[in-house]
Write a new protein. Structure first.
Length: 734
């Protein structure tokens, strides 16, 4: 039962004892709930605190609290620009009410089925301060109250037990350092088995709960006293290491490297890890193919891609009979351009082969070829589907071809409620030809789902720039297909897009060929490509911010919020995305309500980027949008993407990041009117030619590189890239 607030609690803002880096204490009785977000636990409360003249507004994640409860809280006093003084809770404990009036308010909130305000009054009138004890320990006495019979008494007992279970789960999880938002996710996933599941094997959380990775699960496990060398921990560590390697692009890990890498990450003896790998193999959670260790899903996807390509190319009944030379001549007249031999070869290949690839850099005529191929295919009355990996890439494809194009996820019709794509081998696409642009961005898993849905009698044309960065997800699909020597392809090298004397295109190709770019000395010289030199990283950061917010808008007229994009090789450091986002947000969008979650601050008007695939929301990694509404009371914000508005609970903001500055990897498939790219030796681990080339080719009208000549030279010379462990090339050629 609750006790009265003690005198040691603060009676006014700032009067409490300081705890945990400035946290203050506040205790009081919950008077009423102004708002409660079911998903996040974000709550706005009015609390009666001792020696406070008025009710205190309390905000934070306080799921499941009820009026009448005593709350012992730690947090900070903040002065909200719209709502005034508030106590922002970081952590709290709640106690059941003790006084009769508090108990009446507590039960009047209807959270216990069968008890409303009238019945709450009758219960308290009869049992007084012992009411909750009666419900908890002697529920058979409830029939003594007027209006409560055996059936209703049983319903009250069951509801009380259910609410108690939710409370116990929350208390248990928060007692082990799990935030309220994650505690709610865990309870929703496991229900009444939540405590048992977490106690038995907290490492399950890393597999089952979005946002909880191995490190968080490991911290919970260590807090619970689980043996650091337990089989559960070793197995989870193996899967964690494979997942980390997949995030770096690897499809598999050689066994010896996996065990060694894992041992260094988690400090578990290698012999225990080897046993854990054997156990995971027996359980079917990993696949070991000779020396290569795969996560099961990646193994299935890689082999599925190879098998689907072979099946398409080897189907003798669906080869298209066409006079390719005549088709090229006809298309040439229709587009009104004189095609080169390589372009004509590409068109012949695309209209006659079952599976083919066209690759080339900017300005090499990929769009001309694509238009020509589409004209021929449409003249043959064939149904063509156009798709790209991201919404922005699909939009560019549609604009370039004058035809409808969709993202691959929408083409395959992902069904959030079912957790799968609607189109697969049992329900293939209704298409004669599938054309995919920006194929360098497509990872192995997405390519697997696409090829499963392509009918056996259809054909596939992939278009992309193999010299760009590989996909963010695991695999090197486009590179492996080309290197296999088994798939027809044409590589375009001649530059045609020079009518406007684009220095962006010319310098991008110089970089790709290993030559230093040429540039004007300052922004006053007429050009669309600039390099501004500075050696000190802090000076580089200052220049990037100044260019994005002041100099480029003033000199060229670009909108700093919507038309200029900073692209960074790395996320960390003074010239990384995190630091630059904070600085640019402060300058470009300084006003308005803000919310900080997961170390990031969001405001109305911010440009934001979706960082994970969220099939329920139908938004995907790389989608760029704008925060159009932020409701602090409701604990939600709305983001408008190209064609829709999407709502996020504050607990889901780990899916978003401010996007004034984004990584070069995340920019793939997009073009921006103007880009600013810092290039410093601070970025040494990622100073690679394909990264610089990719960054430069994102700019449509203006590119400005900012940094040291040394760093730029390192990037241009460094043709080596992180070699990804993939098996697709061998599967296709074997």
């Amino acid at each position: 039962m609750a006790t009265n607030p003690t005198s040691e609690q603060p009676s006014r803002p700032g009067a409490g004892s300081q705890v945990d880096a400035g946290l203050e204490k506040l205790s009081g009785e919950l008077e009423r709930i102004v708002f409660s977000g079911d998903e996040s636990g974000y709550t706005v409360l009015r609390v009666h605190a001792p020696r406070q003249q008025d009710l205190v507004t309390v905000v934070g994640s306080l799921p499941g609290v009820q009026p009448g409860e005593r709350l012992d809280m730690e947090g900070r006093w903040v002065n909200h620009p719209k709502y005034g003084l508030q106590f922002q809770v970081v952590r709290y404990t709640s106690l059941l009410p003790a006084s009769s009036n508090a108990i009446k308010r507590y039960l009047s909130s209807r959270f216990v089925k069968g008890i409303g305000p009238v019945m709450a009054g009758r219960l308290v009138d009869l049992f007084g301060e012992d009411t909750l004890e009666v419900i908890e320990s002697n529920p058979e006495r409830l029939v003594e109250v007027e209006g409560i019979g055996p059936t209703r008494a049983s319903s009250i007992e069951e509801s009380w037990e259910a609410q108690k279970e939710v409370r116990n789960v929350m208390i248990f999880l928060q007692g082990h350092g799990v935030s309220s938002a994650y505690a709610i996710r865990i309870y929703r996933a496991y229900g009444h088995e939540a405590i048992g599941n977490v106690r038995n094997n907290p490492y399950r959380l890393a597999q089952d709960i979005r946002g909880i990775g191995f490190k968080t699960a490991d911290r919970i496990a260590q807090d619970m006293g689980i043996d650091p060398h337990s089989p559960f921990r070793a197995q989870a560590a193996i899967e964690y290491t494979l997942s980390q390697l997949a995030d770096q692009g690897h499809m598999y890990a050689p066994m010896e490297e996996l065990i060694s890498d894992c041992a260094q990450r988690v400090d578990i003896p290698e012999e225990i890890l080897a046993d854990a790998a054997d156990s995971l193999k027996r359980l079917g959670r990993i696949i070991v193919d000779e020396d290569a260790v795969y996560l099961r899903a990646l193994y299935i996807a890689e082999r599925g891609v190879a098998e689907a390509i072979k099946a398409l190319m080897e189907d003798p009944d669906s080869q298209r009979a066409i006079d390719a030379e005549r088709a090229v001549a006809w298309a040439q007249k229709r587009v009104g351009l004189e095609l080169t031999g390589r372009q004509a070869e590409a068109i012949q290949m695309a209209v006659s082969q079952k599976f083919s690839i066209v690759t080339g850099g900017p300005g090499t005529g990929k769009t001309t070829i694509l238009r020509s191929v589409l004209l021929v295919l449409e003249a043959l009355k064939l149904k063509v589907e156009l798709a790209a990996p991201t919404g922005r890439a699909a939009k560019r494809m549609a604009e370039a071809t004058g035809r409808g194009a969709r993202t691959l996820h929408r083409l395959l019709d992902f069904r959030p409620g079912e957790g799968k794509f609607h189109h697969d081998q049992d329900n293939p696409l209704k298409a004669d030809v599938v054309v995919v642009d920006e194929t360098s961005m497509v990872d192995t898993v997405l390519m697997y789902h696409l090829l499963r849905a392509v009918p056996r009698d259809a054909s596939v044309l992939l278009v992309g720039d193999v010299d760009q960065l590989p996909s963010v997800g695991p695999g090197s699909v486009l590179r492996d297909m080309l290197d296999s020597g088994t798939i027809p392809f044409v590589s375009l090298t001649d530059i045609f897009r020079q009518g406007d004397r684009s220095q962006i295109v010319e310098q991008a190709h110089r970089i790709n060929q290993g030559s230093m770019p040429r540039w004007p000395r300052d922004l006053l010289s007429p050009s669309d490509f600039y390099v501004i030199t500075a050696d000190d990283p802090d000076k580089v950061a200052d220049l990037v911010v100044d260019l994005c917010a002041v100099r480029i808008p003033r000199r060229f007229g670009f909108d700093p919020m919507r038309e200029i994009q900073a692209l960074c090789p790395m996320n960390r450091g003074s010239v990384g995305t995190s630091a630059l986002n904070s600085r640019l947000q402060e300058i470009l969008n300084p006003e308005g309500p803000a919310v900080t979650r997961f170390g990031r601050t969001f405001k109305t008007g911010d440009k934001v980027l979706q960082t994970v695939n969220d099939y329920d929301k139908d938004v995907f990694n790389g989608d760029l949008g704008w925060i159009t509404e932020l409701d602090l009371d409701a604990g939600t914000l709305s983001v408008t993407y190209d064609d829709k508005e999407t709502s996020y609970d504050f607990s889901e903001l780990d899916e978003l990041m401010p996007a004034y500055a984004i990584s070069v990897h995340r920019s793939q498939g997009s073009e921006y009117p103007a880009v600013v790219v810092p290039v410093t030796t601070q970025h040494y681990p990622l100073l690679q030619r394909n990264l610089l080339y990719t960054a430069v080719t994102r700019g449509r009208q203006l590119v400005a590189l900012v940094g040291s000549s040394k760093a730029l030279a390192i990037a241009v010379r460094n043709r080596s890239t992180l070699e990804r462990h993939t098996g697709l090339k061998e599967l296709l050629s074997g």
